[in-house]
Design a protein around this ligand. Sequence first.
Ligand code: NAD
Ligand code: FE2
Length: 382
Amino acid sequence: MTFNGIYQYNFPTTIRFGAGSSKELGDYLVRNQLSKPLVTTDATVSQLRFFKEIISDLGKKNISVEVFSDIHKNPVKSDVYRGTEAYDNAGRDSIIGIGGGAALDVARAIALRINHRDDLFKYDDLAGGDVYVTNDVPHFITIPTTAGTGSEVGRSAIIADDETHQKKILFSPKLLARIVFADPLLTMDLPPFITAATGMDALTHNMEAYLAKMPHPLCEGIALEGISLIGDSLVTAVNSPDLESRSKMLIASLMGAVAFQKGLGVVHSLAHPLSSLLDTHHGLANAVNIPYGMEFNIDGFEHKFRRMARTLELKDETGQAVVQYLFDLNSKINIPHKLRDIGVRPEHVETLADLAIGDFAHPNNPKPVSRDNFRNLYSKAL
Ligand SMILES: NC(=O)c1ccc[n+]([C@@H]2O[C@H](COP(=O)([O-])OP(=O)(O)OC[C@H]3O[C@@H](n4cnc5c(N)ncnc54)[C@H](O)[C@@H]3O)[C@@H](O)[C@H]2O)c1
Ligand SMILES: [Fe+2]
């Protein structure tokens, strides 16, 4: 790591972590004189027992709850507009996101939209839109129910265009949650496939953040510990979940998102086009691509792969051993090794490569990635 400038490091979010922490929500709202939250979630989570319990607990504290759950699997702009209408029409005073990354991203984008009513994509970070995020945002709280994206501690929301499906990033430090209630009990009944896919997303965040080129020893330390926690717990969380494995996965996913303020890399740029083009789940797309993306990164970064191999307690400390570990891990949690097994066809490769080269994640990869590199990586993984 070489320092050659002045860097900004941010670690500001208050996190209440632990089994039962979500039960503190009602008292927190009362203490902060909030009585009319818009609870944003997705249709599946809105039917789960823990969700109904949270809503009923709030009712007992005379908190009036409006639930908005009509969102897409990969959220789009019109979801955010309808959620904003729900906030306005029911006279709300705060926003609580409860769910996976999709629900939390919509909640965060609604929080942005409340006092910023120009076209949502005017605030697109890649087009410099963060400078227009100048007004206050409502009191915003997050409660994750998957252990993957770490969106609960993030400052950005990924929202796609309804027609083109192109994903835009809305970003501002103002979009940080005021408090996160991270309660592993809410993740206990996650189905194995979702646990596996979201868990591999979390592992990808930690590995890519560790490798990303910005010098950031704070994030690197967090990322290595995140990798270690996932190495300890993901297989158990998928195949025979207990509170310990769920707790380790939840904190590690949150750590991945804290760490990736340092940047992501080639794997996320391989993954994003699969969601845009084929509606593939974000975590699954990362899971299948991560061994190939990591292999691409070994050359020149052997020292960093050695640290990751040690963290994972591999006997062989080479980059290839880390790659083999990732293939083996995917096998243990029933994730395929090949893109063709998740619906990718040879005729998709050129379009995928076009989308990947335009993606926002790879400029932080430790080494440059060309369009040819993307095409070769997709072809290899096919
Ligand atoms: N903001 C960020 O920094 C960031 C980073 C990465 C990804 N993302 C976004 O996050 C989204 C993916 O999030 P995700 O991986 O959490 O998936 P998700 O939010 O799509 O959830 C996956 C599935 O799990 C279900 N589910 C959620 N919690 C559950 C529970 N406790 N029990 C049973 N089922 C449950 C959901 O209903 C959904 O069907 C994508 O839209 C992606 O673009 C955001
Ligand atoms: Fe991700």
